[in-house]
Design a protein around this ligand. Sequence first.
Ligand code: AOS
Ligand code: ZN
Ligand code: ZN
Length: 424
Amino acid sequence: MEIEKYKIEEHNQAASAAHKRAFDYISGEVKNAQAIIDKLAAFQVAIPSWALGTGGTRFGRFPGGGEPRSLEEKIEDIGLLHKLNQSSGAISLHIPWDIPKNASHIKALAAQHGIRFDAMNSNTFQDQPDQQHSYKFGSLQHVKKEVRQQAIDHNIEVINYGRELGSDSLTVWLSDGSCFPGQLNFRQAFQHTLSGLQEIYAALPSDWKMFVEYKAFEPNFYSTTVGDWGQSLLYASKLGPKAYTLVDLGHHHPNVNIEQIVSLLLMEGKLGGFHFNDSKYGDDDLTVGAIKPYQLFLIFNELVEGMDARGMDHATGLGWMIDASHNVKDPLEDLLQSVEAIMISYAQALMVDRKKLQEAQESNDVAAAQEVLQQAFRTDVRALVAEARLRAGGALNPLGVYRAEKVREHLIKERGLKTVATGL
Ligand code: AOS
Ligand code: ZN
Ligand code: ZN
């Protein structure tokens, strides 16, 4: 399924008068509109290969049809998203769900869609049919050396696949932990995990990064061996300069101040990657911005402030990825909404009056500080985001075009109603 460029232009034409009115207004209101548009155009968010199909839950899966049947079709789906929003120019692959059988062919296909390969993801949370040892009681933390070695070898294999594709980072998310008190010796689990990560780290190419993702609970419900940002930072610090913490928004206990975590990790030069999603309770993997848009804005506010303080390039300084799962929405629609929410929060963070905020902080003017933040958050920046997309050749209203062009219906016709994408 391809959306022709002229089709996008036709839709843009039809929406252009209303867009122009909104854009003229907002560009008059916001001081640095041009600079914000340039930054938005440069900002790309990687789409995870596992979010293109229905994730489901352990209670059931309700696929909507037309899911990608191969890595090639996953790349085509992301190509489609990117064509519409011009902000999804990267894919985050998962091994073994997406083993590239012919790397140069896959690379060429991605390049054709303007897509690069972001972080590679390993999987030691499931047993594969041809696998010798089980991960039932963990992988890198395991009490048996042969299980740990198998997990190390798998991660090195993932690096090798990534090398062939031109990726430059590895995300390690471990489901390791325990379900019951007494099941694990915490110290030993940490030490085993650390020495496994050290072996994987040693296999990283010199220009690669390793992201250590943490998660508070699930699938283990008593302890997690990389359970929070402190533990991730501990591993990353012991590993060395190529190791960083990855923050997945859904991996915290309720009400944790994620923006503060982000700020301090950036201060230490140890924030490496991001998994965007939203949640009400835990690792719900809902559409970004669907539940707590103000929190997302506050996180972006710290990202922009902290990255600027270190002179980092917003677009390339961190690995920006979505991590989502779908049960009731069309995955492609969800991803378009997620990217839009990210862009809106980023634009709002870029318009925060930093000077005023600092003055308010220096004079302990708490009300003024709140005003500065909420002035940005309450500004409707959608026309700025749309303008950035328009200038890059995308659609003013990506979701509108997706629906008007009946993309899902076409995909179902092409691929069938009963297709199931590899993934969760
Ligand atoms: C799991 O909860 C994590 O968020 C991971 O990032 C995981 O690797 C991903 O969901 C797909 O495997
Ligand atoms: Zn994640
Ligand atoms: Zn997760």
